[in-house]
Design a binder for this molecule. Structure first.
Ligand code: NAD
Length: 485
């Protein structure tokens, strides 16, 4: 078992102020796989103080030099990719091939996109000919607290820590206590890349402890959070006292509108996309809305695809899905599957209980419900497991109404070969993102939602600007060379 009790503060690994051990459980076998420490107020204060002390120097470092140092993190990643993927796989249950091919590579993918967008940041923006000598100057917001979940752990660290550092902010990361190991390796990457002491700090902890201490800390100017809507609300309240900026990336209940003219593999794509990462993605297309004329065929195909998806331990190579992250999630998913049955949805694949052949590990059967109706619990609540709900619709208007009738608004999906309809729905669906015909977001776009999915815009130029503050300056001499250029 790994023992990793220390926190990364001011460029070194330091022991926690008070020892409070936490066992990280391997969801594939329910065995402890690591011991970490949960920090307390003294640890949070030490990390924030280190970040505050490092801020002036880092903010004054020329952007090109910050970019060079951040880019060097990728050399560390390349050198330790296998170990990195194994850590993710062990702590949160992503099968090793998926961890190597999808989870871990989120770091280089986002970093490269940020580096490209960073080249185009205008630090000094003249207002225009109508306002001579007036400019908006972009500056790092300051010390930022980054709070991340376990489901795509590196993805979310990359979407926060990389742009924060590029922007000239200094940061304190509190990763999920369920997935601290990849985060601690990320701290090692920063260290070995030569990121100066205090620019990136890491304190492990839980939400009630380090999470809320960061959210209410007077020296933290911004919290960037990804996780549950419940925690997002708690963080917003905790942050209100200091009026810091809060950006939230929360849950989702994505609709996937499948029309009769969809491409042949659209149902299969939809089921596989739902089951990916064992359904633990906030942008999972968890409500498949199918045009009535192809509904029966789609339900039969969806059941066939779900039944063909295998389940297995995370350390084994192969295309199977792994367990869900922990017992609490497993219990919640089981309860929701039972609720679907009790409320009259038609179970066509999977169901409650462990899949055949398993007596331990948090495994869930790939499950599909047909004849789900608007308002059923499984249609309303984010399940965060491999459970798909299928609903029929008669008209495009009805599909839009069902899709938009949710407190969430993260990603919606459309499967159609009618380009006009696709464009129309690109506007009509109320969400931060719409993806057509299996095409995922392009390089440089952002990830983010509306409504109770939160309103963060993470990625690309938008993700960088989240960490910048705009300052209006009048009487600015554009003839002089600016230090930021
Ligand atoms: P969570 O929101 O409780 O945890 C996410 C992160 O926030 C963790 O680092 C946690 O320690 C921290 N946190 C929790 N409460 C906090 C608080 N009051 N103040 C500050 N930080 C706090 O998520 P979870 O318990 O791991 O999962 C619960 C549900 O959240 C899931 O069932 C799923 O619906 C949702 N979820 C969504 C995403 C997403 O990407 N949108 C990711 C993970 C979980």
């Amino acid at each position: 078992m790994l023992t990793k009790r220390d926190f990364y503060i001011n460029g070194s690994w330091v022991a926690p102020a008070t020892a409070r051990d936490y066992q990280v459980i391997n969801p594939s076998n329910e065995e402890p796989c690591a011991i970490i420490s949960l920090g307390d107020q003294a640890d949070t204060d030490a990390a924030v103080a280190a970040a505050k002390a490092a801020l002036p120097g880092w903010a004054a470092t020329p952007p090109r030099e910050r970019a060079r140092l951040v880019a060097a993190i990728l050399d560390q990643y390349e050198a330790r990719l296998q170990e990195f993927a194994e850590a993710i796989s062990m702590e949160m249950g992503a099968p090793i091939d998926f961890a190597l091919e999808e989870q871990a590579p989120c770091l280089p993918w986002h970093t490269q996109n940020f580096l490209k967008a960073f080249e185009h940041i205008e630090w000094v923006r003249p207002l225009g000919a109508q306002a001579p000598g007036s400019a908006v100057v972009m500056e790092p917001i300051g010390v930022v607290g980054l709070i991340t979940p376990w489901n795509w752990p590196v993805n979310q660290i990359a979407l926060k820590a990389i742009p924060a550092m590029l922007a000239g902010c200094t940061c304190v990361l509190k990763p999920s206590e369920e997935s601290p190991l990849d985060a601690m390796m990320f701290a090692e990457f920063c260290h070995d890349a030569g990121i100066p002491a205090g620019v990136f700090n890491l304190v492990n902890g839980d939400g009630a402890g380090v999470g809320s201490q960061l959210s209410s800390h007077p020296d933290v100017e911004m919290i960037s959070f990804t996780g549950s809507t419940r925690a997002g609300k708690a963080i917003s309240k905790a942050a209100a006292e200091t009026l810091k900026r809060v950006t939230l990336e929360l849950g989702g209940k994505g609709a996937n509108l499948l029309f009769a003219d969809a491409r042949d593999d659209a149902v299969e794509w939809s089921v596989r996309r739902m089951m990916e990462n064992t359904g633990q993605s906030c942008n999972a297309p968890s409500r498949l809305l199918v045009e009535r004329s192809v509904y029966d065929k789609a339900v039969a195909k969806a059941a066939e695809v779900a039944n063909s998806i295998t389940v297995g331990p995370a350390h084994e190579a192969g295309p199977h899905i792994g367990p869900v992250v922990n017992k609490r999630q497993w219990d919640q998913i089981q309860g929701l599957i039972q609720k679907g049955i009790d409320e009259g949805a038609r179970l066509v694949a999977g169901g409650t209980g462990l899949p055949e052949g398993f007596n331990r590990g948090f495994y869930v059967k790939p499950t599909v419900f047909a004849d789900v109706k608007s308002g059923m619990t499984i249609e309303r609540e984010e399940i965060f497991g491999p459970v798909l709900s299928i609903l029929p619709f008669e008209t495009e208007d009805e599909a839009v109404r069902i899709a938009n009738d949710t407190p969430y608004g993260l990603t919606n999906y459309v499967q159609t070969s009618d380009a006009r309809r696709a464009n129309r729905l690109g506007h009509a669906l109320k969400s931060g993102m719409v993806e057509m015909n299996g095409k995922s977001r392009g390089a440089g776009s952002f990830f983010g939602g509306v409504k109770q999915s939160g309103r963060a815009r993470e990625g690309g130029v938008w993700g960088l600007e989240e960490f910048l503050e705009a300052k209006s300056v009048s009487g600015y001499d554009f003839g002089l060379k600016d230090a930021a250029e």
